[in-house]
Ligand binder design. Sequence first.
Ligand code: NAD
Ligand code: IPM
Length: 415
Amino acid sequence: MGRYNLRMAASLQLLNVKAVKPFHTVSWRRSTPPLRCSVAPPPSTSHRSYTITLLPGDGIGPEVVSVAKDVLTLAGSLEGIKYDFKEMLIGGAALDTAGVPLPDETLSVAKESDAVLLGAIGGYKWDQNEKRLKPETGLLQLRQGLTVFANLRPATVFPQLVDASPLKKEIVEGVDIMVVRELTGGIYFGFPRGYGVNQHGERIGYNTEVYSALEVDRIAEVAFKIAQKRGGKLCSVDKANVLEASMFWRKRVLEKAKEYPDVELSHMYVDNASMQLIRYPKQFDTIVTNNIFGDILSDEASMITGSIGMLPSASLGNSGPGLFEPIHGSAPDIAGQDKANPCATVLSAAMLLRYGLGEDKAAERIDKAVEDTLNRGFRTADIYSTGTNQKLVGCKQLGEEILKSVESNVLAGAV
Ligand SMILES: NC(=O)c1ccc[n+]([C@@H]2O[C@H](COP(=O)([O-])OP(=O)(O)OC[C@H]3O[C@@H](n4cnc5c(N)ncnc54)[C@H](O)[C@@H]3O)[C@@H](O)[C@H]2O)c1
Ligand SMILES: CC(C)[C@H](C(=O)O)[C@@H](O)C(=O)O
């Protein structure tokens, strides 16, 4: 397979797909015209080998990554795929061992690999650290270091989990939203930032929400292309009634819209969007928004689907490896108790295969296995409904059941 394929595969060109809806049953194709540059040839039928950087991180991170690694390995082996896993440190685990949240070695190994799978970072132990020594800083450095500016967060309601959502069945049934979050700009990275003293002599903390034309244009382009392949509707969420950075964002999105007359563009203020997501989520198809609004709205959208433990993500740039991670955090309240739902990370592994490597068939095996496991009634506590025939299991057992589903789908010829 070689480096050519991995370099070509692990970037935004793979977004050029036939359909992006719903994410867990979609069929991605590499044969469609490229997003930016030429597309790598489809994977040959012979054995293919990829280097995957694994970043388990903190809290439940190692628990869910361990499950995802096994699922990735089995689904891959059934498609003739081999992996060279490189497990590296990030976050609190890196702080404790190397004194920094993102050691240089972790970043360089990640950059050299075909794709990166991350669990989660953070925890009480490091909460009071100064900014440069926070686990979260390591994650932001990784995203920036890999220049993965486009973060795709699909919020799709599995029919099996309709009752797991705190919202009414008729509200959540059939919801399928793709949140396209700008990931390497905005207030997370803007300058000036820091601490100081204001004109009244009071101590202050400040950050800057700033977007360049290039940053807005490239994320808007990704979002329009995705919307085009989905339901043809794009909602740009901003705060253009108040913030200059949002007024600028809206202007650039409107400009970009001229290239996509087939996409129905709307704009919504973020406060309204957060309300509409609960009131009538089915009105949304694709959402594009800035870094901080995307962070918040995707967590909100996760509850439509039943649990934050179900939401995967893919972060992609124009070249280099993609970063794949669940949208949830390290969940210190349940860490080490075998209670975590591994589905978000397992589904992130499917996104890794599909968006990062162009290995659609192996990805499909994983998506189907998760659905099959849910169909067989297995649930972790976060998606379990009492008074049903569902079987309450821990993280490890759910992982084992997903592996069984990968195997039994082969026997049943389902993939
Ligand atoms: N990408 C990341 O690594 C990431 C994302 C968000 C938060 N964080 C960090 O994680 C730490 C905890 O943050 P938080 O509590 O605000 O958010 P969190 O996502 O870790 O947890 C929020 C709630 O969701 C539950 N939850 C999360 N993932 C779950 C799963 N897979 N299965 C079942 N339940 C799950 C937790 O138990 C908790 O009750 C902080 O240090 C934060 O900075 C990291
Ligand atoms: C942990 C933190 C840096 C991160 C973010 O804000 O992007 C998290 O909330 C996420 O959504 O991945």
